[in-house]
Design a protein around this ligand. Structure first.
Ligand SMILES: Nc1nc2c(ncn2[C@@H]2O[C@H](COP(=O)(O)OP(=O)(O)OP(=O)(O)O)[C@@H](O)[C@H]2O)c(=O)[nH]1
Ligand SMILES: [Mg+2]
Length: 285
């Protein structure tokens, strides 16, 4: 079965997977880790470690570090623990808290906070919806039309942290975007990490560059997420990843050197990202 050759701990996690029968698709359509662990190894790597899967297509003499993917390399046990942080239960309430158009309207909380910024339509709300797929009562609105999210939307993840879905910059951005988002990024004291989403099909645009410069200027610790990876061929995605990785390595100071490619459709990369968020907010202790 698919477990052969997998890392320690995976076998035990597999035992907890429900008996589902053979997996019919090329990748996961289920957000639950236990079900992902039942996939054949190739598909499993693609869902849990998309960079590792891409790296296999690099020629061997290109040298290490071309894709910085092993800085954050959690065990499957950590991924399972992170999953429980993101799973709603009676004791772990995951809920929409409030929306704000100004920082002084934001809920005042002591919990660590993470926020998601990026161009309108890049997939911020879709990603948050995918992160909350085990909390189906939480409503996160997504739309084909850019500029859908107009306010900062705050969500509480149990006793662990809050997560903020931001309006997008660029096309149909709200008028007060700059006041709202810049002030938030500059002054929110419990903000632990900013996740900057870049469309993997489009690459880093001029507008993304402005956001990157803002993160750098405010000395924010930020992380680049590459969205919509289900939309490209492997070859194209690899080219984009290498280009963006080079940019991060040479042009940024505050950006975490490991990229997080994700698809909110196939859940590829979403489990790893959940684990990273749980880790940076101190939720895995
Ligand atoms: N194929 C694919 N489509 C995606 C993915 N993520 C988002 N989309 C689509 O992209 C569009 C925009 O998604 P949203 O999540 O609303 O984007 P947003 O960044 O929140 O946009 P604003 O709220 O306008 O700033 C929708 O049509 C989504 O279905 C993805 O991973 N794969
Ligand atoms: Mg949105």
């Amino acid at each position: 079965m698919a477990a052969a050759g997998l890392r320690p701990g995976m076998g035990r996690l597999l035992e907890t997977a429900p008996a589902l029968g053979p997996w019919p698709r090329l990748y996961s359509t289920s957000p639950a880790l236990a079900e992902v662990l039942r996939l054949p190894q190739k598909q499993l790597t693609k869902v849990l470690y998309p960079l590792r899967e891409l790296e296999q297509h690099l020629v061997s003499d290109t040298g290490p570090g071309l894709i910085e993917q092993r800085l954050f390399d959690p065990s499957l046990e950590d991924m399972a623990r992170a999953e429980s942080v993101f799973a709603a239960t009676a004791r772990n309430r995951i809920e929409y808290l409030s929306s704000a158009v100004r920082l002084d309207h934001a809920p005042s909380l002591q919990q660590p906070e993470v926020c998601f910024i990026g161009r309108s339509n890049v997939g911020k709300s879709s990603l948050i919806k995918a992160l909350f797929s085990l909390a189906p009562d939480v409503e996160v609105r997504v739309s084909k039309k850019p500029g859908h999210t107009k306010k900062m939307n705050f969500f509480k993840v149990g006793k662990y942290f809050t997560l903020v879905d931001m309006p997008g910059y660029g096309y149909r951005a709200p008028e007060d975007f700059v006041d709202m988002v810049e002030t938030y990024l500059k002054e929110r004291t419990n903000l632990k990490r900013t996740f900057l989403l870049v469309d993997s099909v489009v690459g880093i645009t001029k507008l993304d560059n402005i956001a990157i410069e803002m993160c750098e200027e405010f000395a924010l610790p930020y992380v680049m997420i590459l969205t919509k990876i289900d939309r490209s061929s492997k070859g194209y995605l690899l080219k984009q990843v290498l280009q963006i990785q080079k940019f991060v390595n040479t042009q940024t100071q505050g950006c975490f050197p490991q990229l997080f490619p994700i698809s909110s459709v196939t859940y590829s990369g979403v489990h790893l990202l959940k684990c990273f968020i749980a880790d940076v907010t101190g939720s895995l202790k």
